[in-house]
Design a protein around this ligand. Structure first.
Ligand SMILES: CCCCCCCCC/C=C/C(=O)SCCNC(=O)CCNC(=O)[C@H](O)C(C)(C)COP(=O)(O)OP(=O)(O)OC[C@H]1O[C@@H](n2cnc3c(N)ncnc32)[C@H](O)[C@@H]1OP(=O)(O)O
Ligand SMILES: NC(=O)C1=CN([C@@H]2O[C@H](COP(=O)(O)OP(=O)(O)OC[C@H]3O[C@@H](n4cnc5c(N)ncnc54)[C@H](OP(=O)(O)O)[C@@H]3O)[C@@H](O)[C@H]2O)C=CC1
Length: 253
């Protein structure tokens, strides 16, 4: 990945930071973008231990203007963009019948609209560069299984899956690959804080996973590294589940 210029939204925490660390270890230059500047600067210090270039840009992906600024900054600093990882997301548990309009909008705006704004802006830049490139979206297994209490996130991630396939087909002629990783529950992340914060919930989540444990952020970062690298040069429009078989029937009677 030496010389590759990679933007990771939500790259200061959780899975985004794990991907940023692994891509940096492999030699890439990293741009991390999210809202909390303190988190961004703290993460940048850690990511830059690999002696590569790390840029932070305070960005709310819900704002097309801020996304445009993020892309401009990345190009100013690194001369181009090779890879975008749409990882920023919001989620919380709320029964569908109690969900306010703002609650629905806040999650759909981050997950679906944010992914679209970033993809379109970066896609335009990649076409302008005539270099091709690739986009990796972070989805979720609950798109297929459903997940009571997170209707906003489930619906938005389903939109991201459909967008992945559509852009893969539309942009293949531009040599832009678009893929998606669908993680199941991963330990030590923002999802853990939002979705299984009590021991009872954690036990219930664990009980559904045939492998008997949650995934780690590093395991997701390894899969991401493959997908954004040239090893995956013929892989586009695909989604990859990483969940210890959690989306399958656990078996037994
Ligand atoms: C389990 C099996 C696993 C199954 C497998 C695992 C699947 C996991 C899939 C996906 C996982 C993830 O995405 S995990 C990602 C976790 N990380 C995050 O969420 C980090 C980012 N989150 C955030 O910034 C916030 O939580 C978020 C609310 C989304 C956005 O913040 P904002 O400041 O923009 O929004 P706010 O103004 O605070 O709130 C907007 C509205 O939402 C409402 N709202 C906010 N939190 C609420 C809550 N807990 N319950 C009800 N309503 C809430 C507020 O009251 C507002 O509505 P009104 O009062 O009406 O105005
Ligand atoms: N961890 C898990 O078990 C699973 C995670 N996923 C997906 O993995 C990805 C990472 O989640 P995870 O690491 O758990 O969660 P985190 O909460 O650690 O990461 C979410 C990141 O998104 C950023 N973000 C949120 N809203 C915005 C916004 N409006 N603009 C820019 N950045 C924003 C946050 O930073 P800030 O608040 O500073 O803006 C934060 O860094 C998400 O796409 C999530 O849906 C999917 C399935 C399971």
């Amino acid at each position: 990945m030496e010389g590759k210029s990679i933007i990771i939204t939500g790259g200061a925490t959780g899975l985004g930071k794990a991907m940023a660390m692994e891509f940096a270890r492999l030699g890439a230059d990293i741009v991390i973008a999210s809202r909390n500047l303190e988190n961004l600067e703290k993460a940048a210090k850690e990511i830059s231990t690999f002696n590569n270039k790390v840029i932070v840009t305070q960005t709310d992906v819900r704002s097309p203007e801020q996304v445009e600024k993020m892309v401009r900054r990345a190009v100013e600093e690194n001369g181009k963009i090779d890879i975008l990882v749409n990882n920023a997301a919001g989620n919380f548990r709320v029964p569908s019948l109690d969900m306010s309009v703002n609650a629905w909008n806040s999650v759909v705006d981050i997950v679906l609209h944010g992914t679209w704004y970033c993809s379109q802006e970066v896609g335009r830049q990649m076409v302008f560069q005539k270099t091709g490139g690739n986009i990796l979206n972070i989805g979720s297994t609950h798109v297929w299984s459903g997940n009571p209490g997170t209707a906003h996130s489930t619906a938005a991630k389903a939109g991201v899956l459909a967008l992945t396939k559509t852009l893969a087909v539309e942009w293949a002629q531009e040599n832009i690959r678009v893929n998606l990783i669908a993680p199941g529950p991963i330990e030590g992340t923002g999802a853990a804080e939002q979705l299984w914060s009590t021991p009872e919930l954690e036990k219930a989540v664990l009980n559904r996973i045939p492998s008997g444990r949650m995934g780690t952020p590093k395991e997701v970062a390894y899969l991401a590294s493959y997908l954004v690298s040239d090893y995956a040069s013929y892989v586009t429009g695909s989604s990859f589940v990483i969940d210890g078989a959690g989306h399958l029937n656990k078996g037994g009677v």
